[in-house]
Design a binder for this molecule. Structure first.
Ligand code: GTP
Ligand code: SPV
Ligand code: MN
Length: 585
């Protein structure tokens, strides 16, 4: 299908290895036939097309419902280059371990070859990839999440610069499940998982792990960040990037609907991206961002008409639901947090009869997901296809912290911001396998996604700050998840988060003063706009409290964490830590 020799020989090599019955190239056409095949095989269930046009339900294997971090490897020649933040194996060792697993793995099946583009087609920011897979589910999801077209196929005729992504479903055996990255070879090998982040290789594997490695060498940043534009009543749009760990609120913030008082004043929010940002310093010396993706792979539970009406509208058509409950009576879908009326005649994500009352079992898996095209989002930014991207005013970091982190604070300068980001911690969620609710440091929300030693990554961030100079975005930290003594969230969150973003933008414009604290600049409580919000003054005070004892414990944990990077940890960050310890004395 293509004449590019490097691509052709790689595909023939994969064909010889995996031994499929046939090879099919994907250029965006003929997907209806594939969908029909998936329906026939039971890989997809066609939902009620009157209520949910173009929507399908997929149930994954019970052992394959989240990213498997313990099965994820960065394979660099030197172990130190992968860093303490990654599982490591030498490339030769891993190729030798995986080759027999791929051997004949597609016998009796079809091998699909998917050329795809991450980022607007034709943008100098964008990058090409080719995923080989034997899963129709992967093909259909990649078609939503990335740009797939004849134009992309054509682009591959004239370049050898593409990431080689090899995926096989195989037996889904947990023991032989591997998601391996070979950044020195621009290659990814994934086997025995069909789940999102493990199998849709354009997403975390390419757009973060491989791209972060490329970005380090090419002088840009690949980050786990949403991108939103906030339009003020004067019609000016300012863009913010925000990095929160998995299942900590990126999609919800990216699609937020302003509180009524803001709507009346004329505020609008535009979504550029909900999960990944590629950032470069442009000719004007500022930091500009594109969203490399073309759709959203979002957490379903908790999505409803109050929390995220934009998402709800978006997923009412052309959407693949994975691991939600099936309402057999009207052939629709249901999940925890949609409403209080679970189906009477339902089937749970496990494929078992379920009616919401018979057991403690959930109808939808906590990490059940929707895959939906960006073009269906009502507040999609008109800049989303702009090849230059959008200029970034502020970078926000945040996690899920019951205590410790206040609602919002600002870093004193860029280096302090890198310190704040590198030391952010969050409670684990269902987005990765393993225990939920364990607090761990997740630097820049990138710890599971940085394709190289994070000590070097911090140095790269500091270096970018130096290059940006006084044009650098201001850096902030937020926490929507602070709780009271009964474990109840103190902050209403969701659309109301715009109130915090307004403070952030006012700080960027130098419009309001702030209070200096040991951890950074805090808002004066009266500068957090609470018009139209019923929140007690004590609650707001509690949200903004910096508990110095908790922060002393935090500083000690940071010290241990930093030590794990040895001499790869930049000295500037040790200085920042000493400064924090000093101020807490
Ligand atoms: P990934 O797709 O895994 O990267 O997750 P994400 O960061 O996009 O998180 P998402 O927006 O899907 O939110 C995850 C969970 O957090 C959902 O259950 C949301 O309902 C909940 N959530 C999001 N924003 C808020 C908020 O402001 N306050 C509270 N209390 N919960 C929130
Ligand atoms: C995440 O876990 O951060 C996700 C979902 O966005 S996955 O694609 O599985 O990584
Ligand atoms: Mn994510």
């Amino acid at each position: 299908m293509v004449e590019n020799l490097k691509l052709k020989s790689w595909v023939s090599w994969a064909e010889n290895l995996c031994k499929p019955d046939r090879v099919v190239w994907i250029d965006g056409d003929g997907l209806d036939k594939l969908r029909d095949e998936a329906l026939e095989k039971g890989e997809l269930i066609k939902l009620n097309q009157e209520v949910l046009p173009g929507c399908y339900l997929h149930r994954s294997a019970l052992n394959d419902v989240a990213r498997s971090e313990d099965k994820t490897f960065i394979c660099t020649t030197n172990k130190e280059d992968a860093g303490p933040n990654n599982n490591w194996q030498a490339p030769d060792t891993m190729y030798a371990r995986l080759t027999p697993l791929f051997e004949g793995s597609m016998k009796g099946r079809t091998m699909y070859v998917i050329p795809f583009c991450m980022g607007p087609v034709g943008s100098p920011f964008s990058k090409l990839g080719v995923e080989i897979t034997d899963s129709i589910y992967v093909v259909l999801n990649m078609n939503i999440m990335t740009r797939i077209s004849k134009d992309v196929v054509k682009m591959l005729e004239s370049t050898d610069d593409f990431v080689k992504c090899l995926h096989a479903t195989s037996t889904l055996s947990l023991d032989d499940r591997f998601i391996c990255h070979f950044p020195e070879d621009n290659a990814i090998w994934s086997i025995n998982s069909g789940y999102g982040g493990n199998a849709l290789l354009g997403k975390k594997c390419f757009a973060l792990r491989i791209a972060s490695y490329q970005a380090k060498h090419e002088g840009w940043l690949a980050e786990h960040m949403l991108i939103i534009g906030i339009e003020n009543p004067q019609g000016e749009v300012r863009y913010i990037c925000a990095a929160f760990p998995s299942a900590c609120g990126k999609t919800n913030l990216a699609m937020l609907i302003p509180p009524e008082v803001y709507q009346k004043k004329g505020y609008k929010v535009w979504c550029v991206g909900d999960d990944i940002a590629w950032l470069r310093i442009a000719e004007d010396g500022r930091l500009w961002a594109i969203n490399p993706e073309n759709g959203y792979f979002g957490v379903v539970p908790g999505t409803n008409a109050l929390t995220n009406p934009n998402a709800l509208k978006t997923i009412s058509k052309d959407t693949i639901f994975t691991n939600v409950a099936h309402n057999v009576d009207d052939n629709t879908v249901w999940w925890e947090g949609l409403n209080n009326t679970p189906p009477k005649n339902g089937i749970s994500w496990k494929g078992e009869k379920w009616d919401g009352t018979t057991s403690d079992e959930k109808g939808a898996h906590p990490n059940s997901r929707f895959t939906t095209p960006a073009k269906n989002l009502p507040i999609l930014s008109p800049e989303v296809e702009n090849p230059k991207g959008v200029p970034i005013s502020a970078i926000v970091f945040g996690g899920r912290r019951a205590k410790t982190a206040p609602l919002v604070y600002q870093a004193r300068d860029f280096n302090h911001g890198v310190f704040v980001a590198s030391t952010m911690a969050s409670e684990t969620t269902a987005a990765q396998t393993g225990a939920v609710g364990v607090t761990r440091i997740d630097s820049m929300a990138m710890k599971p996604f940085c394709g190289y030693n994070m000590g070097d990554y911090f140095a790269h961030w500091l270096n970018m700050g130096e290059k940006l100079g006084d044009k650098a975005p201001k850096i902030f930290n937020v926490n929507w998840f602070r709780t009271d003594d009964n474990g109840k969230f103190l902050w209403p969150g969701y659309g109301e988060n715009l109130r915090v973003l307004e403070w952030i933008l006012a700080r960027c414009e130098g419009e309001i003063p702030a209070v200096d604290s040991p951890i950074g600049f805090m808002p004066n409580p009266e500068d957090v706009n609470t018009d139209g919000l019923s929140i007690a003054k004590e609650t707001l005070d509690a949200l903004l409290l910096v508990d110095e004892d908790l922060w002393k414990t935090e500083a000690a944990a940071i010290r241990d964490y930093y030590k794990s990077y040895g001499d790869r940890l930049p000295k500037a960050l040790w200085h920042e830590l000493e400064h924090l310890e000093e101020r807490l004395k």
